[in-house]
Each structure stands twice: as structure tokens, then as C-alpha cells.
Design a protein around this ligand. Structure first.
Ligand code: NAI
Ligand code: MG
Length: 326
């Protein structure tokens, strides 16, 4: 019996979480789900965006499922990643046949450093404007690059691309780039190359098939993964895993989507595939594969899809249909 902390959060976070739990219950794997609050609504209700009880539950669970937060995202999800030391953020970008993806043959993994970079939250105002600190350490860079190469080996990937802006950010990104090649040397069966982040943003549109595994710092990984979502049919399809040495949290890449919240229009697939990544993390590979196949089947059957995929079904119905196809 796995102990899972469930934090639905705000907006469509709640709606897609319901769908994912429904699918997980259909796998036959035994879970004990414990729900806690976090996010904008929670802040309004209890004065904290991330209450101590929620953090404590996340720390003592086998894994955490997270929906989305709204404006408090930095205080909730960024803090959860730091508090649980979830240093690796995995964001698979994969196109499904027959969807409105710009490209139909995309399959790469973004490995995003998750604890430092631009998101350490050290900002200050001064008389001329404001400053944000960006932290890059050798230790975290080495850990994330090592993770990316190990990931490539265990999943049969061929190439790891390090993404940075070392021509301008000579010291910080210079360190990241140097560390990337230091690590790459240990993995001689995996090809390695590096690109500047701005060029990468273009290559994702001009030659996305080139990419296999991308490893990059926090902010670049955040931006490139939304671009990745864009080329394969939108944020409703992209899941993520936040992995640490002592825990893991699984969440869709998207936010609380206030523009469609409360209308049963949200695509639950990103959340359901995040739950699938949780099953893989727990070693329940057969159930994970069953979810993968059910998602593919429902997408290709095309009769039950949410509006972002060109259908008119509800979040619940799409989730139910995936569950029924397990
Ligand atoms: P968003 O990801 O919530 O939405 C961007 C666009 O994608 C919207 O048009 C939305 O309708 C669409 N979309 C997102 N998920 C979808 C789904 N499952 N199905 C169908 N369409 C979907 O990002 P946005 O609009 O920039 O931010 C909204 C709020 O979410 C903000 O308050 C932001 O701070 C928060 N946010 C939270 C995150 C988190 O909790 N991890 C991540 C990103 C944003
Ligand atoms: Mg983002």
C-alpha cells in the first residue's frame, strides 16, 4: 500500500486531480490517498499558501501528486521542490498521432535543474530598480547533468544536449557548461552537445526531432518545456516528475488555467500521465504501461476528447474513458 499525498490546489488542478485519482483507482494498485490544501484558495482560507501540515504530509509520503496553484505557485510548488530537495524535474515532450501537434514525430525529455538558478527567489529593490540573484553551483549542476546522462542510459536514449547562455552569462552558465562536459566525459556511449538557449528555442521549431535529452538550468527548462508543450498540442498533454533522493512529486506542467477553470474543459491527460510517472517511480511498471496504452488508445479513437484537442467532452468523461481502456 503506497502512501500518496494529494494536493489538488487551485482552479483546474482540482478537476484534473479528480480524473487522475479515478484512473489510478482503476489500475488495481493499492494506494492510501491523503488530501491536503495549498494554493491561492488555501491562502485566503487559512493564511498560508503552503501550510505546515501540507508540507509535513508531503515529506512523510511515498510520493506526492500535485495539481496546480495559481498566483501563489512560487510559494507552493517552487517551495515544495526546494523543501523536499527535488533536484531533477523531468518533462517529457511527446507527440501523439492524429492530434493537433505541430509535429507528429517528437519524443524527447527535458531534464530541468529544479532547486537553484533564477528561482531561488532572492530579489531586492534598490533606488534604480530591482535585482534578482541567480545561483549556479558546481554541485547542483553536476547532479543534474549526471541525472540526465544516467537517464539516457537507462532509457535507451542516444544524445544529451546541454542548454545554457554561457556566451553572455560567462561565470554562471560558464560553470554549467563546463560541468556538463565534465560529466559527459564519464558517459562515452552517449553523444553530447551543447546549444545556447535562444538557439534552442528556435531549433525546437526548426528541428525538434534532433532532441533526445535536454539538460538545462531552472528558468530555461521552465520556458523550453512550455515551448515543447506548444509543439506537441498544448499544456494539457505534458506531465512532469520532480525527483529527489528522498522523495518525488508528480504534477502537470500547466498551471491553474483560470480562463477555463470550473467549466469541465480541462484536459486531464497531463495529470494522468504525471500519475503514470509516479507509478514508474514506485516500480509499478505494468500499470504505468497500461495507462500509457489507454491514453494512446483514447487519443487515437478521437471520440472522447476535451476542447483543447478538438473535442467537446468533459474532463471527467475523458478520464473515465481512459480508466475504462486500462
Ligand atoms: P496555465 O498553464 O494555467 O494556462 C496557459 C494556457 O494553457 C491557458 O490558456 C489554459 O487554458 C491552457 N491550459 C493549461 N492547462 C490546460 C489543460 N489541462 N487543458 C486545457 N488547456 C489548458 O498558465 P498561465 O495562464 O500562465 O497561469 C495561470 C495561473 O497558473 C497563474 O496564476 C500562474 O501563476 C499559475 N501557474 C502555476 C503553475 C503550477 O502550479 N505548477 C505552473 C504555471 C502557472
Ligand atoms: Mg512553467
Amino acid at each position: 500500500m503506497y502512501k500518496i499525498a494529494v494536493i489538488p490546489g487551485d482552479g483546474i488542478g482540482k478537476e484534473v486531480m479528480e480524473g487522475a485519482i479515478d484512473v489510478l483507482e482503476g489500475t488495481g494498485v493499492e494506494f492510501s490517498f491523503t488530501y491536503e490544501n495549498a494554493g491561492d484558495e488555501c491562502l485566503k482560507d487559512c493564511g498560508y499558501a503552503l501550510p505546515d501540515d501540507t508540507l509535513a504530509l508531503a515529506k512523510k509520503s511515498d510520493a506526492v501528486l500535485f495539481g496546480a496553484a495559481g498566483e501563489t505557485a512560487a510559494d507552493v510548488i517552487v517551495r515544495l521542490r526546494q523543501e523536499l530537495d527535488l533536484y531533477a524535474n523531468l518533462r517529457p515532450v511527446k507527440s501523439y498521432p492524429g492530434t493537433n501537434a505541430i509535429f507528429q514525430d517528437i519524443d524527447f525529455m527535458i531534464v530541468r535543474e529544479n532547486t537553484e538558478g533564477m528561482y531561488i527567489g532572492v530579489e531586492s529593490e534598490n533606488k534604480d530598480g530591482a535585482t534578482a540573484k541567480r545561483l549556479i553551483t558546481h554541485k547542483a549542476s553536476q547532479k543534474i547533468c549526471d541525472y540526465a546522462f544516467k537517464y539516457a542510459i537507462t532509457t535507451g536514449r542516444k544524445r544529451v544536449t546541454g542548454v545554457h547562455k554561457a556566451n553572455v552569462l560567462k561565470i554562471t552558465d560558464g560553470l554549467f557548461k563546463k560541468t556538463f562536459y565534465e560529466v559527459a566525459e564519464k558517459y562515452d556511449t552517449i553523444e553530447s552537445n551543447d546549444y545556447y538557449v535562444d538557439a534552442t528555442a528556435m531549433y525546437l521549431l526548426t528541428k525538434p526531432q534532433f532532441f533526445d535529452v535536454i539538460v538545462t538550468t531552472n528558468l530555461y527548462g521552465d520556458i523550453l518545456s512550455d515551448e515543447g508543450a506548444g509543439i506537441v498540442g498544448g499544456l494539457g498533454l505534458i506531465p512532469s516528475a520532480n525527483i529527489g533522493d528522498k522523495g518525488a512529486l508528480f504534477e502537470p506542467v500547466h498551471g491553474s488555467a483560470p480562463d477555463i477553470a470550473g467549466q469541465s474543459k480541462a484536459n486531464p491527460i497531463a495529470m494522468i500521465l504525471s500519475a503514470k510517472m509516479m507509478l514508474e517511480f514506485l516500480g509499478e511498471n505494468e500499470s504505468a504501461k497500461a495507462i500509457d496504452e489507454a491514453v494512446l488508445k483514447v487519443i487515437t479513437q478521437k471520440n472522447i476528447l476535451t476542447p483543447d484537442m478538438g473535442g467537446n467532452s468533459t474532463t471527467k468523461d475523458l478520464a473515465k474513458s481512459i480508466k475504462n481502456n486500462l
